[in-house]
Ligand binder design. Structure first.
Ligand code: FAD
Length: 404
């Protein structure tokens, strides 16, 4: 079968759009499709993403950072505290000689910048949903439907599932996935305070669940992300801001000043999903399609960008020698190359909520002491910071900030 394209990316969310940018300069026929229409130029962000230094370098390599830099808020320091305990861990970028530990960026702003980068490239785009797959050996036959139900057939040598946490593409390919709804939801909103954030992000282990405050574009604004039992989050989201603000203040304390206003509050049910080791012919998964994680460690998209970096490196090497971009060797190498990172981040992300959501006094004491002592254990703290920034063992040129 002669394929219509070399790489079909199903899903133009931040992960799929980033991969399309990474492939745009290669001699490959790339098609990027998405079931949803393009985000409206005025659409508000669905969430604020905290991105580590490693991710910023990848975005620089994709040549989009210059557009994003003015919208990104640098995180200069992180303060981790536990309600009822005096311990504070302060992680400062200056201790590592860096301008920032990471940046906060709106997800839609990021997706928009990536898609804009593709405008003059050879990457083709279509507003269609992948609805069926058939394996033709040398290529996959993909059925894609427009919103009006009109169906198209396209063949591709490699199909990339970038279609998010409920990946239809993985399902159609028969890939086994662990997938479940978590008993938690996050309450999100924009908090206006009476004290400038100065680039400080906070992680507060409050009695009802961990609360993160991410510094916003306005010096007095934070994005609040409060993980709560699902039913509690459902109750709280019905409250008017005037009632919710005192509850947030009581849970967080006064370290970030007085909470003055809360806007854009909403509730998101949390789920986790990941592939359980199976592979399919000519198919790989990236981003949330490969791993959907609890947002407590703010690692989901950071991990997804490293998927992009690894896959783009493999495809660049294949393109350089005219090799098949969907060969079993390339699919296997990508899958194996990502395993350790996927496993490590998943384990850390699963372990954190258990440790920090347990209000039992012995665990609370360990946490309080742990936070206090971590602040003086410089080597351990340094290791933690370097890992959180996502700059351990860079493996690809893209991760080091080079496009070609
Ligand atoms: C509350 C919350 C906070 C978070 N905070 C952080 C953070 O601070 N830092 C961080 O790194 N990560 C964070 N994350 C994770 C991050 O949001 C995700 O990792 C990221 O958005 C995933 O991007 P994606 O492109 O893989 O998937 P998505 O953004 O879900 O995009 C998938 C795309 O696929 C399309 N699609 C679906 N089905 C089909 C189909 N059949 N055919 C074609 N297209 C299809 C959809 O329309 C969509 O555009 C957070 C997540 C949550 C829930």
């Amino acid at each position: 079968m002669t394929a219509d394209c070399d790489v079909l990316i199903a899903g133009a969310g931040p992960a799929g759009a980033a991969l399309a940018c990474a492939l745009a300069h290669l001699p490959l026929r790339v098609l990027l499709v998405d079931a949803a229409p393009l985000p409206d130029p005025k659409a508000a962000d669905r969430r604020a993403l905290a991105l580590g230094l490693g991710s910023q370098r990848i975005l620089q390599g994709l040549d989009v950072w210059s557009t994003l830099a003015e919208q990104a808020t640098p995180i200069r320091r992180v303060e981790v505290t536990e309600k009822g305990w005096p311990g504070v861990t302060r992680l400062a970028a200056s201790e590592l000689g860096q301008p920032a530990l990471g940046w906060v960026l709106g997800d839609i702003a990021l997706q928009r910048a990536l898609l804009a980068r593709l405008e003059d490239s050879s990457v083709r785009r279509a507003a269609v949903a992948v609805t069926a797959l058939a394996d033709g050996g040398e290529a996959l036959a993909v059925t894609a439907c427009k919103a009006d139900g009109v169906a198209y057939q396209v063949t591709t040598r490699l199909l990339v599932a970038a279609d998010g946490s409920d990946s239809a593409v993985c399902r159609l390919a028969g890939l086994r996935r662990h997938q479940r709804e978590l008993p938690h939801s996050v309450l999100l909103g924009r908090l206006h305070t009476d004290r400038a954030h100065s680039g400080v992000a906070h992680e507060r282990f409050a009695a009802e669940g961990p609360m993160a405050l991410l510094p916003g574009a306005h010096p007095l604004d934070y994005t609040v992300v409060w993980t709560l039992p699902h039913e509690r989050a459902q109750d709280l989201i019905t409250l008017p801001a005037a009632h919710l603000i005192p509850l947030l203040q009581s849970a967080f304390g006064w370290r970030a000043g007085r909470f003055v206003a809360l806007t854009e509050s909403r509730c998101v049910r949390l789920r986790e999903a990941w592939l359980t080791g199976t592979t399919a012919n000519r198919l790989v998964a990236i981003g949330s399609a490969a791993n959907t994680l609890h947002p407590i460690a703010a690692q989901g998209f950071n991990l997804g960008l490293r998927d992009v970096a690894e896959l783009a490196t493999g495809l660049a090497a294949a393109a350089a020698v005219g090799a098949d971009p969907g060969s079993a060797d390339l699919v296997r190498a990508y899958q194996q190359g990502r395993q350790a990172d996927w496993r490590g981040v998943r384990q850390a992300t699963r372990w954190l909520p258990c440790l920090f959501e347990n209000p039992a006094p012995p665990l609370a004491a360990v946490r309080g002491l742990g936070l206090a002592s971590l602040d003086v254990l410089a080597p351990l703290k340094r290791r933690l910071m370097v890992r959180a920034m996502g700059v351990t063992a860079p493996q690809s040129r893209l991760q080091r900030g080079y496009t070609s």
